[in-house]
Design a protein around this ligand. Sequence first.
Ligand SMILES: Nc1ncnc2c1ncn2[C@@H]1O[C@H](COP(=O)(O)OP(=O)(O)OP(=O)(O)O)[C@@H](O)[C@H]1O
Length: 285
Amino acid sequence: MIEFENVGFTYPETAEPALRGIALSVPQGQVCGVVGAGGAGKSTFAAAIAGMVPHVTGGTLTGAVRVAGRSMATTALAEAVTDVGLVVQDPFNQMSGAKFTVREELAFGLENLGVPRAEMVERIDAVLAELGIAHLADRSPFSLSGGQQQLVAIGAVLVMRPKVVVLDEPTSQLDPASTALVFGALAALRAGGITVVLVEHKVAGLVELADRIVVLADGAIALDGTPHEVFTDERLPGFGVSPTRYTRAARQAAERGRWPADRPLPVLFDEAAAGFAAPEPIHPR
Ligand SMILES: Nc1ncnc2c1ncn2[C@@H]1O[C@H](COP(=O)(O)OP(=O)(O)OP(=O)(O)O)[C@@H](O)[C@H]1O
C-alpha cells in the first residue's frame, strides 16, 4: 500500500539530507509504528507519505514514494487527501476554525470534494459511531478536551475514506485520559483494516497496537521488525530510543540468572509479570 523506493530528501537551504536511502513497503492493513531520536526524520517521513514533502515544504526528493500505486510527488495534494490522511500533534491547528459544530467540522472536507448531501450524512454518522463521539456531534469543537479534539481531527480524516492514515505524534500534547481515547480510536482503525503509520513516543500503547516498528536514525532505517524484535534489540538505546521498563528489568534479571532462559524478554507489563512469576530454574549443585 505504501512503497518507499530508495527515498532521499533534503529540505531547501540545508546541506544534510533529512531522509536517506529509505526503502520499505507497508502492506494494506498493517499498523506501522515509527520511533527514533529527535531530528531522526520521523516527521519528514510521515509528511512524505502524505505528499506534504515535497509539495508544501519544497526541497529535493529522490527515489519514489507511492501510495496505492500512485507517486506522491506527481499527485496533487487535493487529490492525495482521498488516499492519505495526515493527523499531526496539535488538534487545535487541524480545526478549520470556521465551523460551529463537530458535525460541520467533519463535513468540511466532504463539501470541498462535492460529496452529495445524503452520502455526507451517512459517512459522518458512520465515523462518529466508529470513534465513539456521536454524543459530541452538536458541540463546538473548541469546547472539547484535547483528546476529544484529536478524535475529531482523526474523524475529519476518516470521512474522506483514505486508504492510509498517517499520525505524527497524535498524543504528544495530551494527558493520559485523552491519550487513552486516541489509542482507543486507533484500535478501531486497526480493526477496520486501514493502513496506519504512527509516529509515537508512548511505547506501551504503540507496542500493543503496531504490527511492525521502524526505527529511524539520521534519516535512515536503523531497525525494522515486530514490536518485540525491535524493543528487545540491544542496539535500540544506541538509536536514542529507550526500551520499556519491563524489558530493562527483565534484562537485568537475566544477567543475574533470574529470568527463565527459554523465555523471550518482555516488552509489556503482563509478559514481565508472567516471567517473574515463572518457577525458579533448578540449578544443579
Ligand atoms: N522545514 C525544515 N527545514 C529545514 N530543515 C528541517 C525542516 N524540518 C525538519 N528539518 C530537519 O530535518 C531533520 C529531520 O527532522 P524531523 O522533524 O523529520 O525529525 P523528527 O524525528 O520528527 O524529530 P522530532 O522527534 O524532534 O520531531 C532534522 O535535522 C531537522 O532539523
